[in-house]
Design a protein around this ligand. Structure first.
Ligand SMILES: NC(=O)C1=CN([C@@H]2O[C@H](COP(=O)(O)OP(=O)(O)OC[C@H]3O[C@@H](n4cnc5c(N)ncnc54)[C@H](OP(=O)(O)O)[C@@H]3O)[C@@H](O)[C@H]2O)[C@@H](O)CC1
Ligand SMILES: [K+]
Length: 511
Protein backbone atom coordinates (compact mmCIF):
# COMPACT_ATOMS: atom_id res chain seq x y z
CA UNK A 1 0.00 0.00 0.00
CA UNK A 2 1.33 3.45 -0.79
CA UNK A 3 -1.44 5.41 0.93
CA UNK A 4 0.55 5.97 4.10
CA UNK A 5 1.13 9.60 4.93
CA UNK A 6 4.46 10.41 6.54
CA UNK A 7 5.12 13.47 8.66
CA UNK A 8 8.31 15.34 7.75
CA UNK A 9 9.98 13.77 10.80
CA UNK A 10 8.92 10.29 9.69
CA UNK A 11 10.03 11.06 6.13
CA UNK A 12 13.46 12.13 7.34
CA UNK A 13 13.66 8.87 9.30
CA UNK A 14 12.64 6.93 6.17
CA UNK A 15 15.41 8.74 4.24
CA UNK A 16 17.89 7.86 6.96
CA UNK A 17 16.86 4.18 7.08
CA UNK A 18 16.81 3.93 3.28
CA UNK A 19 20.32 5.37 3.07
CA UNK A 20 21.48 2.90 5.73
CA UNK A 21 19.82 -0.01 3.89
CA UNK A 22 20.92 1.01 0.41
CA UNK A 23 21.19 0.70 -2.50
CA UNK A 24 21.08 4.53 -2.68
CA UNK A 25 23.06 6.90 -0.51
CA UNK A 26 21.89 10.48 0.25
CA UNK A 27 23.13 12.02 -2.98
CA UNK A 28 21.77 8.99 -4.85
CA UNK A 29 18.27 9.64 -3.48
CA UNK A 30 18.66 13.34 -4.24
CA UNK A 31 19.66 12.64 -7.84
CA UNK A 32 16.59 10.44 -8.24
CA UNK A 33 14.37 13.09 -6.67
CA UNK A 34 15.75 15.75 -9.01
CA UNK A 35 15.37 13.44 -12.00
CA UNK A 36 11.70 12.87 -11.18
CA UNK A 37 11.09 16.62 -11.06
CA UNK A 38 13.06 17.31 -14.26
CA UNK A 39 10.99 14.67 -16.06
CA UNK A 40 7.76 16.37 -14.98
CA UNK A 41 9.05 19.78 -16.13
CA UNK A 42 10.11 18.42 -19.53
CA UNK A 43 6.84 16.54 -20.04
CA UNK A 44 4.49 19.28 -18.91
CA UNK A 45 6.31 22.46 -19.97
CA UNK A 46 8.37 21.46 -23.03
CA UNK A 47 8.32 25.01 -24.43
CA UNK A 48 9.14 26.89 -21.22
CA UNK A 49 12.16 29.13 -21.56
CA UNK A 50 13.92 29.85 -19.43
CA UNK A 51 13.20 27.59 -16.45
CA UNK A 52 13.95 29.47 -13.24
CA UNK A 53 15.07 27.14 -10.46
CA UNK A 54 14.94 28.76 -7.01
CA UNK A 55 17.23 26.94 -4.58
CA UNK A 56 17.17 27.17 -0.77
CA UNK A 57 19.98 26.24 1.65
CA UNK A 58 18.86 22.68 2.52
CA UNK A 59 18.26 19.44 0.69
CA UNK A 60 15.19 20.85 -1.03
CA UNK A 61 17.59 23.27 -2.69
CA UNK A 62 19.84 20.27 -3.39
CA UNK A 63 17.03 18.70 -5.42
CA UNK A 64 16.79 21.99 -7.28
CA UNK A 65 20.47 21.90 -8.31
CA UNK A 66 19.93 18.38 -9.70
CA UNK A 67 16.89 19.59 -11.67
CA UNK A 68 18.84 22.54 -13.08
CA UNK A 69 21.72 20.30 -14.14
CA UNK A 70 19.47 17.76 -15.83
CA UNK A 71 17.45 20.41 -17.65
CA UNK A 72 20.64 22.13 -18.82
CA UNK A 73 21.95 18.76 -20.04
CA UNK A 74 18.66 18.34 -21.94
CA UNK A 75 19.31 21.64 -23.73
CA UNK A 76 16.81 23.75 -21.76
CA UNK A 77 17.71 27.35 -20.94
CA UNK A 78 17.99 27.36 -17.13
CA UNK A 79 18.60 30.06 -14.54
CA UNK A 80 19.35 29.38 -10.85
CA UNK A 81 18.44 31.83 -8.09
CA UNK A 82 19.82 31.04 -4.69
CA UNK A 83 18.83 31.88 -1.12
CA UNK A 84 21.56 30.73 1.25
CA UNK A 85 24.40 28.35 0.50
CA UNK A 86 24.25 24.58 1.10
CA UNK A 87 26.14 23.45 4.18
CA UNK A 88 29.65 22.27 3.30
CA UNK A 89 29.83 18.50 2.91
CA UNK A 90 26.03 18.12 2.60
CA UNK A 91 24.34 16.25 -0.24
CA UNK A 92 23.01 19.60 -1.41
CA UNK A 93 26.58 20.93 -1.62
CA UNK A 94 27.53 17.94 -3.80
CA UNK A 95 24.51 18.57 -6.05
CA UNK A 96 25.42 22.28 -6.30
CA UNK A 97 29.02 21.44 -7.20
CA UNK A 98 27.82 19.09 -9.96
CA UNK A 99 25.56 21.75 -11.47
CA UNK A 100 27.10 23.71 -14.37
CA UNK A 101 24.62 26.60 -14.19
CA UNK A 102 26.01 29.72 -12.47
CA UNK A 103 23.89 30.66 -9.42
CA UNK A 104 22.58 34.18 -8.91
CA UNK A 105 21.17 35.66 -5.68
CA UNK A 106 17.41 35.29 -5.21
CA UNK A 107 17.22 38.99 -4.33
CA UNK A 108 17.95 39.70 -8.03
CA UNK A 109 15.24 37.30 -9.30
CA UNK A 110 13.80 38.77 -12.52
CA UNK A 111 11.67 36.38 -14.57
CA UNK A 112 9.91 37.04 -17.88
CA UNK A 113 6.57 36.03 -19.33
CA UNK A 114 6.72 32.53 -20.80
CA UNK A 115 9.14 31.18 -18.25
CA UNK A 116 8.33 28.80 -15.42
CA UNK A 117 9.47 28.50 -11.82
CA UNK A 118 10.79 25.40 -10.09
CA UNK A 119 10.38 26.04 -6.37
CA UNK A 120 13.23 24.32 -4.53
CA UNK A 121 13.48 26.86 -1.70
CA UNK A 122 12.09 24.96 1.29
CA UNK A 123 10.49 21.56 1.63
CA UNK A 124 10.16 19.23 4.58
CA UNK A 125 12.61 21.30 6.61
CA UNK A 126 10.58 24.53 6.62
CA UNK A 127 10.85 25.80 10.17
CA UNK A 128 9.49 29.35 10.15
CA UNK A 129 7.87 31.98 7.94
CA UNK A 130 9.60 32.63 4.65
CA UNK A 131 12.37 35.25 4.42
CA UNK A 132 11.74 38.37 2.40
CA UNK A 133 13.76 37.29 -0.66
CA UNK A 134 11.42 34.29 -0.96
CA UNK A 135 8.20 36.27 -0.50
CA UNK A 136 9.37 38.82 -3.07
CA UNK A 137 10.05 35.99 -5.52
CA UNK A 138 6.56 34.61 -4.87
CA UNK A 139 5.00 38.01 -5.54
CA UNK A 140 7.03 38.42 -8.73
CA UNK A 141 6.11 35.01 -10.08
CA UNK A 142 2.46 35.57 -9.19
CA UNK A 143 2.34 38.98 -10.88
CA UNK A 144 3.47 37.34 -14.14
CA UNK A 145 1.15 34.33 -13.64
CA UNK A 146 4.13 32.01 -14.07
CA UNK A 147 3.47 28.28 -13.70
CA UNK A 148 5.14 26.84 -10.60
CA UNK A 149 6.44 23.31 -10.13
CA UNK A 150 7.12 22.80 -6.42
CA UNK A 151 9.61 20.26 -5.14
CA UNK A 152 8.18 18.20 -2.28
CA UNK A 153 6.00 21.06 -0.98
CA UNK A 154 5.26 24.60 -2.11
CA UNK A 155 7.68 26.73 -0.06
CA UNK A 156 5.87 28.21 2.92
CA UNK A 157 3.56 25.20 3.43
CA UNK A 158 4.12 22.93 6.42
CA UNK A 159 4.32 19.27 5.51
CA UNK A 160 2.99 18.41 8.94
CA UNK A 161 -0.10 20.59 9.07
CA UNK A 162 -0.80 22.01 5.61
CA UNK A 163 -0.68 25.47 7.21
CA UNK A 164 1.20 28.41 5.74
CA UNK A 165 3.97 29.34 8.17
CA UNK A 166 3.78 33.11 8.05
CA UNK A 167 1.98 35.16 5.45
CA UNK A 168 2.97 33.72 2.10
CA UNK A 169 3.56 30.49 0.26
CA UNK A 170 3.95 29.48 -3.36
CA UNK A 171 0.78 28.36 -5.12
CA UNK A 172 2.02 25.51 -7.29
CA UNK A 173 0.49 24.08 -10.43
CA UNK A 174 2.24 20.79 -9.82
CA UNK A 175 3.95 19.49 -6.69
CA UNK A 176 6.31 16.56 -7.07
CA UNK A 177 6.81 14.70 -3.80
CA UNK A 178 8.76 11.60 -2.98
CA UNK A 179 8.06 8.11 -1.60
CA UNK A 180 4.85 9.03 0.27
CA UNK A 181 2.61 12.09 0.56
CA UNK A 182 2.72 14.13 3.76
CA UNK A 183 -0.33 15.28 5.76
CA UNK A 184 0.30 18.83 4.50
CA UNK A 185 -0.45 17.67 0.95
CA UNK A 186 -4.03 16.84 1.99
CA UNK A 187 -4.86 19.24 4.81
CA UNK A 188 -6.02 22.72 3.85
CA UNK A 189 -4.76 25.16 2.76
CA UNK A 190 -1.80 22.95 1.76
CA UNK A 191 -3.92 20.81 -0.54
CA UNK A 192 -5.01 23.81 -2.59
CA UNK A 193 -1.52 25.29 -2.73
CA UNK A 194 0.00 22.03 -4.03
CA UNK A 195 -2.02 21.93 -7.25
CA UNK A 196 -1.69 18.52 -8.87
CA UNK A 197 0.41 16.17 -6.76
CA UNK A 198 2.82 13.78 -8.47
CA UNK A 199 4.18 11.05 -6.22
CA UNK A 200 7.60 9.87 -7.40
CA UNK A 201 9.35 6.66 -6.39
CA UNK A 202 12.96 7.54 -5.58
CA UNK A 203 13.98 4.10 -4.37
CA UNK A 204 12.90 4.18 -0.73
CA UNK A 205 11.76 0.58 -0.17
CA UNK A 206 8.25 -0.15 1.12
CA UNK A 207 9.83 -2.18 3.92
CA UNK A 208 11.45 1.00 5.26
CA UNK A 209 8.08 2.74 5.34
CA UNK A 210 6.43 -0.29 6.96
CA UNK A 211 9.09 -0.34 9.66
CA UNK A 212 7.94 3.12 10.73
CA UNK A 213 4.48 1.64 11.46
CA UNK A 214 2.60 4.59 9.96
CA UNK A 215 -0.60 5.64 11.71
CA UNK A 216 -1.89 8.09 9.12
CA UNK A 217 -3.28 7.28 5.69
CA UNK A 218 -4.86 8.96 2.74
CA UNK A 219 -8.48 7.82 2.80
CA UNK A 220 -8.68 5.51 -0.20
CA UNK A 221 -10.70 2.31 -0.73
CA UNK A 222 -7.61 0.10 -0.24
CA UNK A 223 -7.76 1.10 3.42
CA UNK A 224 -11.19 -0.45 4.04
CA UNK A 225 -12.63 -2.16 0.97
CA UNK A 226 -11.70 -5.59 2.34
CA UNK A 227 -14.02 -4.88 5.26
CA UNK A 228 -16.90 -3.51 3.15
CA UNK A 229 -20.03 -5.54 3.89
CA UNK A 230 -21.35 -7.56 0.98
CA UNK A 231 -24.50 -9.58 1.68
CA UNK A 232 -24.08 -13.35 1.88
CA UNK A 233 -26.12 -15.56 -0.45
CA UNK A 234 -28.45 -16.50 2.40
CA UNK A 235 -29.01 -12.88 3.48
CA UNK A 236 -32.34 -11.81 4.86
CA UNK A 237 -33.11 -8.26 5.83
CA UNK A 238 -32.27 -8.42 9.52
CA UNK A 239 -29.04 -10.30 8.82
CA UNK A 240 -28.04 -7.21 6.86
CA UNK A 241 -28.41 -5.08 9.98
CA UNK A 242 -31.04 -2.73 11.32
CA UNK A 243 -30.40 0.98 11.75
CA UNK A 244 -32.53 3.25 13.93
CA UNK A 245 -32.60 6.96 13.07
CA UNK A 246 -34.12 9.50 15.46
CA UNK A 247 -36.40 12.09 13.94
CA UNK A 248 -36.89 15.60 15.25
CA UNK A 249 -40.29 17.24 15.79
CA UNK A 250 -42.91 18.02 13.11
CA UNK A 251 -40.97 20.88 11.51
CA UNK A 252 -37.54 19.17 11.46
CA UNK A 253 -38.13 15.63 10.24
CA UNK A 254 -36.37 15.82 6.86
CA UNK A 255 -32.84 15.41 8.22
CA UNK A 256 -33.66 12.04 9.80
CA UNK A 257 -35.27 10.80 6.60
CA UNK A 258 -32.16 11.74 4.63
CA UNK A 259 -30.03 9.81 7.13
CA UNK A 260 -32.40 6.87 7.03
CA UNK A 261 -32.40 6.68 3.25
CA UNK A 262 -28.60 6.86 3.19
CA UNK A 263 -28.36 4.07 5.78
CA UNK A 264 -30.61 1.92 3.61
CA UNK A 265 -28.61 2.67 0.45
CA UNK A 266 -25.40 1.85 2.33
CA UNK A 267 -26.83 -1.64 2.73
CA UNK A 268 -28.60 -1.83 6.10
CA UNK A 269 -31.28 -4.46 5.57
CA UNK A 270 -33.81 -2.54 7.64
CA UNK A 271 -34.03 1.06 8.74
CA UNK A 272 -36.50 2.49 11.25
CA UNK A 273 -37.19 6.17 11.78
CA UNK A 274 -37.87 6.71 15.48
CA UNK A 275 -40.31 9.56 15.56
CA UNK A 276 -41.87 11.66 18.30
CA UNK A 277 -45.63 11.14 18.48
CA UNK A 278 -46.39 14.59 17.09
CA UNK A 279 -44.26 13.97 13.98
CA UNK A 280 -45.60 10.49 13.18
CA UNK A 281 -48.05 11.72 10.60
CA UNK A 282 -45.60 13.82 8.67
CA UNK A 283 -42.99 11.05 8.72
CA UNK A 284 -45.58 8.47 7.64
CA UNK A 285 -46.52 10.65 4.69
CA UNK A 286 -42.92 10.60 3.44
CA UNK A 287 -41.67 7.09 4.07
CA UNK A 288 -42.06 3.90 2.08
CA UNK A 289 -39.24 1.35 2.40
CA UNK A 290 -38.11 2.91 5.67
CA UNK A 291 -40.06 1.76 8.74
CA UNK A 292 -41.54 4.11 11.28
CA UNK A 293 -41.98 3.73 15.02
CA UNK A 294 -43.12 6.11 17.71
CA UNK A 295 -40.37 6.89 20.18
CA UNK A 296 -40.46 9.77 22.64
CA UNK A 297 -38.75 8.54 25.76
CA UNK A 298 -35.82 6.44 26.89
CA UNK A 299 -38.35 3.73 27.77
CA UNK A 300 -39.61 3.77 24.18
CA UNK A 301 -36.04 3.45 22.98
CA UNK A 302 -35.31 0.54 25.30
CA UNK A 303 -38.45 -1.23 24.08
CA UNK A 304 -37.28 -0.76 20.51
CA UNK A 305 -33.86 -2.14 21.36
CA UNK A 306 -35.39 -5.12 23.16
CA UNK A 307 -37.93 -5.93 20.47
CA UNK A 308 -36.23 -5.07 17.21
CA UNK A 309 -32.53 -5.66 17.91
CA UNK A 310 -31.17 -2.60 16.09
CA UNK A 311 -27.47 -2.73 15.30
CA UNK A 312 -26.74 0.98 14.79
CA UNK A 313 -28.25 4.39 15.50
CA UNK A 314 -28.10 7.93 14.19
CA UNK A 315 -28.93 10.64 16.69
CA UNK A 316 -28.71 14.34 16.05
CA UNK A 317 -29.80 15.44 12.56
CA UNK A 318 -32.69 17.87 13.04
CA UNK A 319 -33.25 16.44 16.51
CA UNK A 320 -32.93 19.49 18.75
CA UNK A 321 -30.47 20.29 21.51
CA UNK A 322 -31.08 19.39 25.13
CA UNK A 323 -31.47 16.93 27.94
CA UNK A 324 -33.65 14.46 26.04
CA UNK A 325 -30.97 14.19 23.36
CA UNK A 326 -28.32 13.52 26.00
CA UNK A 327 -30.49 10.95 27.75
CA UNK A 328 -31.11 9.02 24.55
CA UNK A 329 -27.43 9.02 23.57
CA UNK A 330 -26.38 7.83 27.02
CA UNK A 331 -29.12 5.18 27.03
CA UNK A 332 -27.78 3.74 23.77
CA UNK A 333 -24.23 3.72 25.06
CA UNK A 334 -25.41 1.98 28.24
CA UNK A 335 -27.63 -0.52 26.46
CA UNK A 336 -25.08 -3.28 26.97
CA UNK A 337 -24.75 -2.60 30.67
CA UNK A 338 -26.76 -5.54 31.88
CA UNK A 339 -24.14 -8.07 30.87
CA UNK A 340 -23.58 -9.29 27.38
CA UNK A 341 -23.05 -6.82 24.56
CA UNK A 342 -26.26 -5.29 23.23
CA UNK A 343 -25.61 -6.16 19.60
CA UNK A 344 -25.52 -2.44 18.83
CA UNK A 345 -22.47 -1.87 16.67
CA UNK A 346 -22.42 1.85 17.11
CA UNK A 347 -24.06 5.20 17.65
CA UNK A 348 -23.45 7.99 15.16
CA UNK A 349 -23.77 11.27 17.02
CA UNK A 350 -24.13 14.19 14.66
CA UNK A 351 -25.20 17.85 14.68
CA UNK A 352 -27.58 18.54 17.64
CA UNK A 353 -26.48 15.27 19.18
CA UNK A 354 -22.98 16.71 19.54
CA UNK A 355 -24.08 20.18 20.57
CA UNK A 356 -26.28 18.71 23.33
CA UNK A 357 -23.16 17.70 25.22
CA UNK A 358 -21.59 21.16 25.03
CA UNK A 359 -21.90 21.78 28.78
CA UNK A 360 -21.29 18.25 29.98
CA UNK A 361 -19.01 16.42 27.58
CA UNK A 362 -17.54 14.32 30.39
CA UNK A 363 -20.81 12.38 30.78
CA UNK A 364 -20.54 11.29 27.16
CA UNK A 365 -16.86 10.44 27.35
CA UNK A 366 -17.42 8.37 30.51
CA UNK A 367 -20.26 6.45 28.89
CA UNK A 368 -18.06 5.42 25.97
CA UNK A 369 -15.69 3.78 28.45
CA UNK A 370 -18.30 1.60 30.16
CA UNK A 371 -17.99 -2.13 29.57
CA UNK A 372 -19.91 -3.31 26.49
CA UNK A 373 -20.65 0.26 25.37
CA UNK A 374 -21.38 0.39 21.64
CA UNK A 375 -18.81 2.34 19.64
CA UNK A 376 -19.41 6.06 19.34
CA UNK A 377 -18.79 7.89 16.07
CA UNK A 378 -18.99 11.68 16.20
CA UNK A 379 -19.20 13.74 13.03
CA UNK A 380 -18.56 17.38 13.99
CA UNK A 381 -17.91 20.19 11.58
CA UNK A 382 -15.60 22.92 12.82
CA UNK A 383 -18.23 24.75 14.90
CA UNK A 384 -19.53 21.58 16.55
CA UNK A 385 -15.99 20.41 17.22
CA UNK A 386 -15.24 23.66 19.08
CA UNK A 387 -18.38 23.24 21.19
CA UNK A 388 -17.29 19.86 22.52
CA UNK A 389 -13.52 20.30 22.50
CA UNK A 390 -13.05 24.03 23.01
CA UNK A 391 -9.53 23.81 24.43
CA UNK A 392 -8.31 21.52 21.65
CA UNK A 393 -9.98 23.67 18.98
CA UNK A 394 -8.32 26.81 20.36
CA UNK A 395 -4.80 25.33 20.36
CA UNK A 396 -3.17 27.01 17.38
CA UNK A 397 -0.13 24.75 17.57
CA UNK A 398 -2.22 21.73 16.53
CA UNK A 399 -3.09 20.71 12.98
CA UNK A 400 -6.59 19.54 12.13
CA UNK A 401 -5.22 16.00 12.27
CA UNK A 402 -3.67 16.52 15.70
CA UNK A 403 -6.89 18.10 16.97
CA UNK A 404 -8.96 15.19 15.77
CA UNK A 405 -6.50 12.77 17.37
CA UNK A 406 -6.67 14.53 20.71
CA UNK A 407 -10.47 14.61 20.56
CA UNK A 408 -10.81 10.93 19.61
CA UNK A 409 -8.59 9.90 22.46
CA UNK A 410 -10.42 12.06 24.99
CA UNK A 411 -13.86 10.95 23.83
CA UNK A 412 -12.88 7.33 23.25
CA UNK A 413 -14.75 7.72 19.98
CA UNK A 414 -14.10 7.69 16.28
CA UNK A 415 -14.08 11.36 15.33
CA UNK A 416 -14.97 12.40 11.80
CA UNK A 417 -13.81 16.01 11.77
CA UNK A 418 -15.62 17.31 8.71
CA UNK A 419 -14.66 19.94 6.17
CA UNK A 420 -13.19 20.02 2.69
CA UNK A 421 -10.31 18.02 4.24
CA UNK A 422 -12.26 15.64 6.47
CA UNK A 423 -10.13 13.75 8.98
CA UNK A 424 -11.21 10.42 10.46
CA UNK A 425 -9.48 9.29 13.63
CA UNK A 426 -9.87 6.29 15.95
CA UNK A 427 -9.26 6.51 19.71
CA UNK A 428 -5.95 4.67 19.24
CA UNK A 429 -4.72 7.40 16.89
CA UNK A 430 -5.19 5.56 13.59
CA UNK A 431 -6.10 8.31 11.13
CA UNK A 432 -7.22 8.88 7.56
CA UNK A 433 -7.33 12.19 5.72
CA UNK A 434 -9.86 12.42 2.94
CA UNK A 435 -8.79 13.76 -0.43
CA UNK A 436 -11.71 13.18 -2.80
CA UNK A 437 -14.09 15.83 -1.49
CA UNK A 438 -15.77 18.30 -3.80
CA UNK A 439 -17.31 21.71 -3.19
CA UNK A 440 -20.70 20.39 -4.34
CA UNK A 441 -20.95 18.54 -1.02
CA UNK A 442 -21.24 21.80 0.89
CA UNK A 443 -25.02 21.74 0.76
CA UNK A 444 -27.76 21.52 3.39
CA UNK A 445 -28.44 17.95 4.49
CA UNK A 446 -25.17 16.58 3.16
CA UNK A 447 -23.97 15.84 6.71
CA UNK A 448 -27.23 14.01 7.53
CA UNK A 449 -26.56 11.71 4.59
CA UNK A 450 -23.00 11.06 5.78
CA UNK A 451 -24.23 10.13 9.28
CA UNK A 452 -26.68 7.72 7.69
CA UNK A 453 -24.05 6.04 5.53
CA UNK A 454 -21.84 5.47 8.56
CA UNK A 455 -24.77 3.95 10.47
CA UNK A 456 -25.75 1.81 7.50
CA UNK A 457 -22.25 0.33 7.35
CA UNK A 458 -22.03 -0.07 11.13
CA UNK A 459 -25.39 -1.82 11.16
CA UNK A 460 -23.93 -4.47 8.88
CA UNK A 461 -21.07 -5.10 11.27
CA UNK A 462 -18.31 -3.18 9.50
CA UNK A 463 -15.43 -2.28 11.82
CA UNK A 464 -15.99 1.19 13.22
CA UNK A 465 -13.00 3.13 11.91
CA UNK A 466 -13.33 1.41 8.53
CA UNK A 467 -17.05 2.23 8.39
CA UNK A 468 -16.45 5.90 9.14
CA UNK A 469 -13.61 6.19 6.63
CA UNK A 470 -15.53 4.30 3.94
CA UNK A 471 -18.63 6.43 4.47
CA UNK A 472 -16.65 9.66 4.10
CA UNK A 473 -15.06 8.46 0.87
CA UNK A 474 -18.30 7.08 -0.62
CA UNK A 475 -20.21 10.25 0.28
CA UNK A 476 -17.51 12.46 -1.27
CA UNK A 477 -17.20 10.29 -4.36
CA UNK A 478 -20.95 10.32 -4.94
CA UNK A 479 -21.00 14.11 -4.63
CA UNK A 480 -17.92 14.61 -6.78
CA UNK A 481 -19.28 12.47 -9.59
CA UNK A 482 -22.73 14.08 -9.47
CA UNK A 483 -21.20 17.55 -9.65
CA UNK A 484 -23.11 20.79 -10.27
CA UNK A 485 -26.69 20.94 -9.07
CA UNK A 486 -26.16 18.40 -6.29
CA UNK A 487 -28.58 18.57 -3.38
CA UNK A 488 -28.55 16.22 -0.42
CA UNK A 489 -31.58 14.29 -1.73
CA UNK A 490 -29.45 13.24 -4.73
CA UNK A 491 -26.69 11.70 -2.66
CA UNK A 492 -28.30 8.37 -1.64
CA UNK A 493 -28.98 7.47 -5.27
CA UNK A 494 -25.63 8.88 -6.45
CA UNK A 495 -23.96 6.40 -4.09
CA UNK A 496 -25.23 3.43 -6.06
CA UNK A 497 -22.64 3.34 -8.88
CA UNK A 498 -19.89 4.08 -6.35
CA UNK A 499 -21.02 1.17 -4.19
CA UNK A 500 -21.29 -1.11 -7.20
CA UNK A 501 -17.67 -0.41 -8.17
CA UNK A 502 -16.48 -1.01 -4.62
CA UNK A 503 -18.35 -4.29 -4.30
CA UNK A 504 -16.98 -5.41 -7.67
CA UNK A 505 -13.46 -4.41 -6.60
CA UNK A 506 -13.83 -6.37 -3.38
CA UNK A 507 -15.16 -9.42 -5.20
CA UNK A 508 -12.41 -9.22 -7.84
CA UNK A 509 -9.85 -9.07 -5.05
CA UNK A 510 -11.32 -12.13 -3.37
CA UNK A 511 -11.04 -14.25 -6.55
N1 LIG B 1 18.23 12.35 1.75
C1 LIG B 1 17.18 13.08 1.98
O1 LIG B 1 16.93 13.43 3.13
C2 LIG B 1 16.35 13.51 0.86
C3 LIG B 1 15.64 14.70 0.94
N2 LIG B 1 15.07 15.23 -0.11
C4 LIG B 1 14.72 16.63 -0.13
O2 LIG B 1 15.15 17.24 1.05
C5 LIG B 1 14.15 18.10 1.57
C6 LIG B 1 14.30 18.25 3.02
O3 LIG B 1 15.56 18.77 3.22
P1 LIG B 1 15.96 19.54 4.54
O4 LIG B 1 15.61 18.70 5.70
O5 LIG B 1 17.35 19.95 4.38
O6 LIG B 1 14.95 20.76 4.57
P2 LIG B 1 14.74 22.01 3.58
O7 LIG B 1 13.28 22.10 3.31
O8 LIG B 1 15.63 21.99 2.43
O9 LIG B 1 15.09 23.29 4.52
C7 LIG B 1 16.09 23.20 5.49
C8 LIG B 1 16.96 24.42 5.49
O10 LIG B 1 16.21 25.60 5.33
C9 LIG B 1 16.33 26.40 6.51
N3 LIG B 1 15.01 27.00 6.73
C10 LIG B 1 13.87 26.36 6.93
N4 LIG B 1 12.83 27.23 6.94
C11 LIG B 1 13.39 28.45 6.72
C12 LIG B 1 12.83 29.73 6.60
N5 LIG B 1 11.51 29.95 6.68
N6 LIG B 1 13.67 30.76 6.40
C13 LIG B 1 14.98 30.56 6.30
N7 LIG B 1 15.57 29.35 6.38
C14 LIG B 1 14.77 28.30 6.60
C15 LIG B 1 16.76 25.47 7.56
O11 LIG B 1 17.37 26.19 8.56
P3 LIG B 1 17.06 25.91 10.12
O12 LIG B 1 15.59 25.73 10.27
O13 LIG B 1 17.78 24.64 10.41
O14 LIG B 1 17.57 27.08 10.82
C16 LIG B 1 17.68 24.56 6.79
O15 LIG B 1 18.90 25.20 6.54
C17 LIG B 1 12.88 17.45 1.16
O16 LIG B 1 11.84 18.39 1.16
C18 LIG B 1 13.24 16.93 -0.22
O17 LIG B 1 13.04 17.95 -1.16
C19 LIG B 1 15.14 14.52 -1.36
O18 LIG B 1 16.35 14.94 -1.96
C20 LIG B 1 15.17 13.04 -1.18
C21 LIG B 1 16.31 12.64 -0.34
K1 LIG C 1 9.70 23.64 -2.33
Amino acid sequence: MSNELLSPVEMAEADRLAIATGPFNGIGLMRRAGAAVAAVVLARYPAATPVHVLCGPGNNGGDGYVVARLLAEAGVDVAIWVSGKPRAGSDAAIAAAECPVAPRPLTAFAPDFGSIVVDALYGAGLSKSLPVDATNAIDFARSLLLPVVAIDLPSGVSGDTGAVLGEEAFRADITVTFARKKPGHLLLPGRELCGEIVLADIGIPDSVVNDLIPRTFENKPALWVGNLPVPATDAHKYKRGHAGVFSGGPSTTGAARLSALAAARAGAGAVTVLSPADAMQINAAHLTAIMLRRSDTVADLNNFIGERRPSAFVLGPGFGVGERTRDLALAILRAGRQGAASGIGGLVLDADGITSFRDEPASLFEATREPHAPALVMTPHEGEFARLFSDIAADKSLSKLAKARAAAQRANAVVVYKGADTVIVAPNGLAAINGNGAPWLATAGSGDVLAGIIAGLLAQGMAVFAAAAAAVWIHAEAGRRFGPGLIAEDLPLAMVPVLRELVEAKQADAI
